[in-house]
Design a protein around this ligand. Sequence first.
Ligand SMILES: NC(=O)c1ccc[n+]([C@@H]2O[C@H](COP(=O)([O-])OP(=O)(O)OC[C@H]3O[C@@H](n4cnc5c(N)ncnc54)[C@H](OP(=O)(O)O)[C@@H]3O)[C@@H](O)[C@H]2O)c1
Length: 320
Amino acid sequence: MKAVVIRSFGGPEGLRTVEMPAPLPGPGQVLIATEAIGVGGVDAVIRRGALAAYGFREGHLLGSEVAGTVTAVGEGVDASWTGRRVWAFTGLSGGYAEQAVARVEDVVALPDGLSGADAVTLGGSGVVARFALEKARFAPGETVLVRGAAGSIGITAVQLAARGGAGAVVVTTSSAERGARLRELGATHVLDRAGNGGPDAPEGFDVVIDVVGGTQLPDFLDALNANGRYVAVGVVGGEPPADFGARLMRGFRKSVSFATFSSDTVPEADRRAVREEQFAQAARGELRTVVHAVLPLERAAEAHRAMDAGEVFGRVVLTP
Ligand SMILES: NC(=O)c1ccc[n+]([C@@H]2O[C@H](COP(=O)([O-])OP(=O)(O)OC[C@H]3O[C@@H](n4cnc5c(N)ncnc54)[C@H](OP(=O)(O)O)[C@@H]3O)[C@@H](O)[C@H]2O)c1
């Protein structure tokens, strides 16, 4: 089969399309003929070699989420999966290929009418948005800030906050054009990356869902209202300063809270139920996904260049 591997760590030019034997489904696994492959930020981090300490080597086959049709099942897996269209999490490898294996626990059947591209745009990120808002104990009427809203996590969080009756849905983004697109999805106020947004912007937030982290995180901590809750879900802007806890403590008399959130801590059955619900909503057009571009698998390097250049609004999808 055709697959894309990291020939050498570094820039996108280190990615290579190769021929390799198709994987076989092991016990508890299914084999999927892929129709759509999600390109995530973590793929670029692995490609740069930044996770070599965690065992990622040159030669690694990238990709963690795919959609396609189950063509074979391993020992112990119900044979009725064969022939079904599914979304699957493949771990941190194996997705950039014509065929991929996944644990059956990480496979969700797709409803009719949902494209593979939409499924891989929503599958991994939708649960993060949903459970991060739950972790923040978001309630109707509250002012929510989604920091780094132009990615697939933020795009879903904006819609869920708006639909959940937020008093205001505030976003940070880097351009007016992106701000306009986020308004169409439910944002009521648009700030720049530093949090400046003109005289109408809310001064404080009850909930912050933060995909960015980075050096400016403490400034957004300071913007929490009394009893505000801050949930960090990503670090696309890098690590926060080591002393950000000191700024958190300065908010002591406002009773603010800071939490991290990873979907890894959500029970498998809950993740599955939310994915099924969100896929059904997307198929009915009630939840929108934003596919930035669909490219052939062998143009994976181009997808990575667009990500590295910060050009992607939503998600890039590869097709085999
Ligand atoms: N918590 C979990 O369970 C979980 C699960 C999966 C992934 N993640 C994490 O989530 C992140 C990826 O999420 P995503 O795909 O939604 O995000 P993304 O598309 O990679 O980035 C979201 C937006 O952040 C803004 N941004 C990028 N760099 C920035 C910077 N230096 N400063 C300020 N803003 C910046 C960009 O928008 P603008 O240019 O418009 O500002 C970008 O579109 C990763 O950190 C990943 O590890 C977490």
